[in-house]
Design a protein around this ligand. Structure first.
Ligand SMILES: Cc1cc2nc3c(=O)[nH]c(=O)nc-3n(C[C@H](O)[C@H](O)[C@H](O)COP(=O)(O)O)c2cc1C
Length: 448
């Protein structure tokens, strides 16, 4: 792996020369039209291949209801022209929240979510758009901080992560009965998501949160949810099956970390001899079962933000206090592209959403279009890039490219805000917020 460097690749040839020097493959085309072609997802024809990836933003009320700041984010994203707006990690239960301002969908917040979806659809319609709206459902597991301080819920002990939380040796694991009861919370949230007008739900299984940690629970003993792949994937598959039976009209999906970089036997999708390399044997077996559980599309990811965040989101600067990656960001981008290509090739009929390309700045649409054209992915997602520039899909369709001046600089300040439980936005490009400044731990400026 090469030394980390900040982005300094203004032109196409700079990018391709750097890729050659690093020995990685980066597809590229001058013609971005592949991103502007229609694609079938869940029986619907989507007008283009562009997706807003889920970005948690810690701007909800303390009861989990969206605020006007939440509504503003999604109105802009929905009007921006992407075919899919993938709403952020939304807790299904109070103890599963990542911070006191994470969105949470339950009976108490149903009306506020209904208003949110209504506002977002109205903004989309006013701009001539009709994006698929998918809500990500989550339990933050070992990273839960419902009151602002860690209250970890562990699926298994993990020597690479336990130290981050200074956990005592006898810290308990979530038991099987509690996991079974938790499935009911996912089901209830999915039912509410359907009622308030979302098109689909994602049972989040990425980034080391609870369902993702279950997938890596090789060492969990005497449990229906640990050991074999069948056991480790039981929670995810059963939850999806129950939601599918209960709400057949909902589009089903899962954001799946197919590689978390934690050494064996504590990581999922990891080469036993080299934790910096993926081994997709188990993820592929799991995706086959997810397809049988009727997922309509797959958004994959990698890495654990609290451990080695660059595996999922290559960046220039780590969030303050974070470490500098031990690889070049373009190597990280290339890994995610390679994984996307392997998955799309293995499952040609499953729409796969590409990720981790914001570091490419103005090159993103050219690389993404080449990846779509060569069937390495069906759709291209942007996370941080969408915070920086919510109208990127429309701008791309209009201009045939994206100007560098409004691109995400991967400065990680959005990640810093999330870690601190402060409202997330692009600190570089978006300094206007409606309403009074939020007060730490206090209520915000009224419900959305
Ligand atoms: C501040 C922040 C919040 C995020 N929130 C979520 C989330 O709620 N759910 C999720 O699956 N991924 C989340 N991610 C990961 C992004 O969806 C995406 O995978 C990652 O940023 C890489 O894509 P990009 O290079 O386009 O940013 C988040 C990332 C950041 C930086």
């Amino acid at each position: 792996m090469a030394a980390h460097e900040e982005f300094s690749l203004p032109g196409r040839d700079d990018l391709l020369d750097k890729a050659r020097a690093l020995g990685v493959e980066i597809p590229y085309t001058d013609d971005v039209s592949a991103l502007l072609t229609p694609v079938q997802v869940a029986g619907r024809t989507l007008p283009n291949r562009m997706v807003v990836l889920p970005m948690e933003a810690a701007d909800a009320e303390t009861d989990g209801a969206p605020t006007p700041i939440t509504a503003r984010r999604y109105e802009r994203l929905a009007a921006g022209g992407a075919s899919i707006v993938w709403f952020e990690a939304t807790a299904v239960t109070p103890e599963g929240r990542s911070n006191p301002h994470q969105l949470m969908l339950r009976a108490e917040t149903r009306a506020a979510f209904k208003r949110l979806v209504g506002r977002v659809r109205k903004a989309a319609r006013a701009a001539g758009r009709d994006p698929l709206l998918i809500l990500q459902l989550t339990h933050s597991g070992r990273f839960a901080k419902p009151e602002g301080l860690p209250q970890p819920v562990l699926a298994h002990r993990n020597p690479f992560l336990d130290g981050l939380l200074s956990l005592p040796g006898n810290y308990p694991l979530i038991n099987d009965e509690t996991l079974q009861a938790l499935q009911d919370r996912y089901l209830a949230a999915a039912r509410l998501a359907h009622e308030v007008g979302f098109d689909g739900v994602d049972v989040k299984a990425c980034h080391g949160y609870l369902v993702s940690e279950l997938l890596a629970s090789f060492t969990r003993r005497d449990s229906a949810y640990g050991g074999s792949l069948t056991n480790r994937s039981r929670f995810l598959l059963e939850t999806l099956a129950r939601i599918g039976d209960d709400a057949p009209g909902l589009v089903l999906t899962s954001r799946l970390s197919v590689f978390d970089s934690i050494p064996s036997p504590f990581g999922f999708g990891v080469d036993a001899d080299d934790p910096a390399r993926e081994d997709l044997t188990e993820p592929v077996m799991l995706i086959r079962k997810l397809i049988a559980s009727k997922i309509a599309l797959l958004s994959f990811s990698a890495g654990i933000p609290a451990y080695k965040p660059w595996y999922g989101r290559p960046f220039d600067k780590p969030a303050p206090g974070g470490v500098t990656p031990d690889e070049h960001p373009l190597e990280g981008v290339a890994r995610l592209l390679r994984i996307s290509g392997l998955l799309q090739c293995e499952f040609p009929d499953l729409p796969v959403v590409g990720t981790g390309m914001s570091w490419l700045r103005q090159h993103f649409p050219h690389v993404a279009a080449a990846a779509v054209a060569s069937r390495m992915m069906s759709l291209a997602g942007q996370g941080r890039g969408s915070l920086a520039r919510p109208d990127w899909p429309g701008a791309l369709a209009r201009d045939g490219g994206l100007a560098p001046d409004r691109a995400c600089t991967t400065c990680s300040l959005c990640s810093k805000h999330l870690r601190e439980g402060k409202p997330v936005r692009c600190l570089v490009h978006d300094n206007r917020l409606p309403g009074p400044a939020p007060r730490p731990g206090g209520r915000r400026s009224g419900k959305a």
